[in-house]
Each structure stands twice: as C-alpha cells, then as structure tokens.
Design a protein around this ligand. Structure first.
Ligand code: SF4
Length: 413
C-alpha cells in the first residue's frame, strides 16, 4: 500500500544497527489481528517525545483517531530538573483496544504512514535493546504469544546470531568503566562467557533436568567466590507450604497496578480451605505428582528454553544498581539466583493451580503462565526488586527451594 504524505507529519526516518539477538527473532512476525493477547491493550505505553508531538497533531481527517483522549502528558521534577513524559493509556477491558486499531485490529498509523510512524516502544516490542559497552543486544519480552511460540514452545534451542534492528534511544546502557566495585566490574565484563557456560549446562541432555538445574545454581552462586552453599530444600508438605506462603506475602503490599494474583493461585490449590502451610503444601504436592511431573517431563525442552531465555534476557542486567557505590558482587549474584528461583517457583505455582482447576495442563495453560509472569512481573524491575527483598525478609534466606518435584529431582531414581 502506498503511504500517504501529510505535509505537517514529519515522522523521523530510522536507521538500522547490528545487534546480537536470538536467532529465532529473524523470523519473528507480529500476529497482529490474529494475536490472542494483543499488546495493543491494557498497557501504559511510553511514547517518545518526537512521536508524541506529531501524534498530537493528528485528527480524524488524517484517517486515524484524535489522540488527546488517550495520549497522556505527565510532568515530573527530580533533583530540581523537570521532565515531560508521554504515554498511551491503553484500555484494559477485554474488547477495547488501542484507539489506533481499525476494525480488523490492524494499526491505522502503520497502514497509512508506514513503520516510522510508530513510537519507539510500539516499533520495537517485543524486542528490547540493551547495550554493554560497545555491544548491543536484543532481548525479548515473553508478554507476546508469538515469542513464546517461537522461542520457548519449540524443540529448537536458544541460539544467538547478528540481526539488524532499529536503535532504541531509551535502551539501558552500561559503560562498565563506571562500575565502582572492582570485583563486580570484572564479573559484568565476563557476562557473555558466563551466559554461554550457563546455556551449555541447561541444554546438557546427558543428565536429568533437576541435576542440570542444581549445577546451574551452583555455577551462578560460584560467580561469587565468597558464597558458600546453595540451599536446595527437599520438598515436604510443611516446607512447600511455607515457601508458597512466603511467595504470596512477598507480593504485598501490592504495588499499584500489579495484577498478578498469587492468592488466586493459592486459593485455586486449596479450593477455598484455610491457608495452612501443610494444607497448601499437600495440595501442591498432589498437583505436582499428578500433573506437573508428567507435563514437564514431556516438555523438557520448553523449560530449558525458558530458563536459557530468561537468563539471556535478564541475568546481570541491573545496570543502574551496578553504578551505586554500595553495590557488591555478592548482591548482584544473589539477585540473579533469587530471581531465577522465584520465576520458576511462580511458574510451578501457576501451573499447579491451573492443573487442579482444569484437571490437567494444556499447552495454552503453560503459555499463559509464561505470558502472565513476564507481563505482570518481569516488565517492572521495581516490583521484582521489592518482591525479592520481602521474600528474603520473610524466609530469612534466598528462595532456592524448588517447589516442584520435577525441579527438585524428587522423581529421580
Ligand atoms: S503481543 Fe506480540 S504478536 Fe501480539 S500484537 Fe503484540 S507484538 Fe504482535
């Protein structure tokens, strides 16, 4: 379709840059009108200033929708400096979408003016760029059904390649020279080599998944030479229940707008019974034996891909924190390990609750759990940090307690 030129709408042209990326993203194509959980709904989408100012000139006669009612402008002031941010406040109801979507659920802006008309966030999603010194990497959000299908629910392993991509002016950027702590700086500079080693471990199918996971945790923990041991608790009803409740408590007080309802998952396990450690633990163990172990055993590659991708995308990427003078190598390693454990525990909890309700685990259930955890948890680093801090306070130690028998190796001979 030829793109209409509108004299006062000068959308900036973007150049492409080379980035390191998961090879499967070379074939990524947004499902658009076929997407079951479109991202054009229920988000607050940050809009870069150049595009926001152009969007404000749009009106109905441009063939799109006037944006005043959903493009919000927020002025904030920090350390004496004022800043203006724009974002789309996309409707969160089931049948209401971004006002730029037409009746076929395709973006009117893109159809009429081409890709350069999309703001940076919409153009890049589900891709996210981060820069380590001179190397730019594309990470991927799993709050997109297409990325889950292409990168997780496949027998293909995670493989990296070089792709071309539009740059992201808002990308997190780390200049390792600026990290004050010497040991942490050295660790971050080895990130690519560490990830390669961890990925090889995850895909080493000569051993059980539980044994690989234990080695992975030990390897990550070993990045901090002073760290002594990784406590991996064997599951019993009491400790499982306690762990699940600690996960729940760590999500409170709820950060505003954070909708992942861990209580619902727990209520789903119990069928409304009072929340006692043992009861919860037994309910989980039963769902684990009946559903999780067979399902995960039959889809080990999905879980391998999930662990490999979450580490590739998120491990050792808390760039702002690394600049703090009080930040240590021990804290960075602990955070990486804790987040991995918490993510897997959340996934198991969601799957167990859904399995009890639906009397089994379907591929769509797995996909939805991966999607929800990414959308409601990973997309907000502040929430991740708060949850992990409270979880450690609640339990007195890192949550390296695999609440699934499959993950703990309880089913190993
Ligand atoms: S969630 Fe993914 S597939 Fe769906 S509309 Fe957004 S980018 Fe496209």
């Amino acid at each position: 379709m030829s793109k209409q030129k509108v004299p006062d709408l000068e959308f900036p042209m973007r150049k492409s840059i080379s980035v390191i990326a998961p090879a499967a993203m070379a074939q990524f194509k947004c499902a658009a009108d076929r997407c079951e959980w479109t991202c054009c709904q229920g988000w607050r989408v940050p809009v870069n200033r150049t595009h926001a100012e152009i969007f404000l000139k749009l009106n109905g006669s441009g063939g799109t929708h006037p944006v005043g009612e959903f493009l919000k402008k927020v002025r904030s002031s920090r350390r004496g400096k004022s800043k203006t941010n724009y974002y789309f406040d996309l409707p969160g109801t089931k049948d209401r979408f971004c006002l730029f979507l037409n009746e076929k659920r395709r973006c009117k802006l893109q159809e009429r003016y081409g890709e350069d008309a999309l703001c940076d966030t919409c153009l890049l999603f589900p891709r996210r760029l981060i820069q380590f010194d001179q190397s730019v990497q594309m990470t991927v959000s799993l709050a997109c059904p297409e990325t889950i299908r292409r990168l997780i629910m496949t027998e293909e392993r995670l493989r990296l390649t070089t792709l071309s991509c539009a740059p992201d002016p808002e990308a997190d950027w780390l200049d390792s020279e600026q990290i004050p702590n010497d040991a942490l700086r050295e660790l971050i500079r080895k990130r690519a080599a560490l990830l390669e080693n961890w990925t090889q471990l995850i895909y080493d199918d000569s051993r059980s998944f539980a044994s690989r996971l234990r080695s992975l945790c030990k390897e990550i923990a070993g990045s901090d030479p002073k760290r002594k041991e990784v406590p991996i608790a064997g599951p019993n009803a009491e400790t499982i229940g306690k762990t699940i409740l600690s996960i729940q408590e760590s999500f409170y007080p709820k950060a505003s707008g954070f909708p992942l309802d861990v209580s619902n998952a727990i209520a789903g396990l119990l069928g409304g019974e009072p929340a006692l450690n043992k009861l919860i633990g037994s309910a989980f163990s039963q769902a684990d034996r009946e559903f999780l172990i067979p399902f995960l055993g039959a889809h080990t590659r999905w879980l391998e891909n999930y662990v490999a991708l979450t580490l590739y995308s998120d491990a050792l990427t808390e760039f702002e924190a690394y600049m703090r003078p009080d930040m240590s190598l021990a804290a960075a390693v602990r955070f990486t390990l804790t987040r991995l454990a918490l993510t897997l525990n959340l996934l198991m909890l969601r799957l167990a609750a859904a399995a009890k309700k639906e009397n089994g685990i379907r591929a769509e259930t797995f996909m939805r759990a991966v999607y929800d955890i990414d959308r409601n948890f990973y997309q907000s680093p502040g929430i991740v940090e708060g949850v992990i801090r409270r979880l450690i306070q609640n339990t007195g130690h890192d949550p390296i307690t695999w609440i699934s028998g499959f993950l703990s190796g309880a089913n190993e001979k």
